[in-house]
Design a protein around this ligand. Structure first.
Ligand SMILES: Cc1cc2nc3c(=O)[nH]c(=O)nc-3n(C[C@H](O)[C@H](O)[C@H](O)COP(=O)(O)OP(=O)(O)OC[C@H]3O[C@@H](n4cnc5c(N)ncnc54)[C@H](O)[C@@H]3O)c2cc1C
Length: 342
């Protein structure tokens, strides 16, 4: 396996930010992963794990060994009572896994079609879209500890999943290399089209039966029509999480702003639309230097060419401040930030 030095990282992040990694290695199997971890320990450098770079902001050069997780393989482990367990290696492309499961007649991932990135990154922020989150199908996460190579397996409860969050962003932050996940899917169709955009789609197309394949197709078509393609307009998807507020706080806010989109959660809290608040503050379409807020998507920050991570983060801070001043709500950045000077 080759170790690269001062590796340019712009091809490895969907914001196309210019930065270099002190060292870089792409691992395609467990032996290479062990070699990379041993190398980092011997040199006394940190390890940063990379998938496809669709949820990171590079604020500067990364003073670490960047280990790109590229292990491949998808296998069916078990089948019983209409359910199947599938193990997917961390370097698999998430959307290709969704396609593969549908081709096999294994259902449960259709709402998560077209989310960029790798399987290994999916538990980090409990990826979610169109009314479904990874946590609804995840059985186990397999990983190696960076400090001592130890293999561990975490079940669903141990991952402490919540909205765009998990243990991997807290106690286990940058401590593990996820190597594979096990998911439980169904051979019976049980589609979820409760999410407003999906419900609208099937109401507007009453001749289309909402089969898992039709839900997959609908999600792909809605996403393609709505979300800017990072290959054309470099971005990291939603730059901010939707804030989750206590019911009383959301009620007060709704009293003042009756048009604020709200999504009640099962635990009584209320998720409110970050995009709506950013839009109300007038940010949509704003551009400074070579970074900006997408003209159609207030949640999406774009690098229009030679923008830097520092400029992007400065813009995001201005947005956070203005939303806080206007609504008293603190926005949180969704992507992980690397390359900040200590
Ligand atoms: C256009 C666009 C649309 C998006 N839409 C959605 C959406 O609908 N829903 C959603 O949830 N997300 C969405 N995202 C965000 C992104 O797709 C997900 O967060 C995805 O899981 C990131 O995968 P990645 O391989 O690119 O991870 P990276 O960006 O490479 O890494 C993200 C984080 O995960 C860590 N990580 C990655 N792989 C591993 C591993 N094997 N072991 C340990 N840590 C690891 C990294 O260290 C980093 O902290 C979108 C992004 C874009 C660009």
């Amino acid at each position: 396996m080759r170790f690269y030095h001062h590796k340019p990282m712009h091809p490895h992040n969907t914001l196309a930010l210019q930065a270099r990694a002190d060292a870089f290695a792409c691992v395609t199997n467990d032996d290479e992963l062990l070699e990379a971890l041993a190398w980092a320990r011997a040199k006394g450098v940190d390890v940063v794990v990379l998938g496809q770079g669709s949820n990171i902001v590079l604020a500067g050069d990364v003073q670490a060994l960047v280990v790109q997780q590229a292990m491949r393989g998808i296998e069916r482990l078990d089948a019983s009572n209409g359910d199947v367990i599938v193990r997917a290696a961390a370097g698999e492309n998430w959307h290709e896994l969704v396609q593969w499961t549908l081709q096999q007649g294994y259902y449960g991932l259709e709402n998560l079609a077209l989310i960029p990135g790798t399987v290994g990154a999916s538990p980090i922020q409990n990826i979610g879209a169109y009314g479904v989150e990874l946590q609804s199908v995840l059985l186990q996460v397999h990983a190696r500890q960076i400090a001592d190579d130890k293999l561990i397996a975490l079940d669903n409860a141990a991952c402490q999943f919540s909205y765009r969050d998990s243990l991997f962003k807290h106690q286990f932050k940058d401590q593990l290399v996820i190597t594979a996940i096990d998911i439980q899917l169904s051979r019976r169709s049980n589609v979820n089209i409760s999410y407003p955009a999906l419900a609208d789609f099937f109401n507007e197309h009453p001749h289309i039966e909402p089969t898992p394949q039709a839900v997959f197709d609908a999600v792909v078509s809605i996403r393609r029509s709505k979300l800017p393609d990072p290959a054309v307009e470099p971005n990291a998807g939603s730059f901010f999480k939707n804030p989750v507020l206590a019911a009383e706080v959301a009620q007060l806010l709704l009293g003042k702003y009756p048009h604020l989109p709200c999504f009640p959660q099962v635990d009584g809290s209320v998720k409110v639309s970050a995009a709506w608040m950013i839009d109300q503050c007038g940010w949509k379409g704003y551009r400074t230097h070579d970074v900006g807020v997408h003209p159609q998507h207030a949640l999406v920050l774009v690098n229009y060419g030679s923008g830097s991570g520092a400029q992007l983060l400065a813009l995001s801070s201005e947005i956070v401040t203005s939303v806080y001043d206007a609504f008293g709500v603190a926005l949180e950045i969704e992507p992980r930030i690397y390359g900040l000077k200590p």
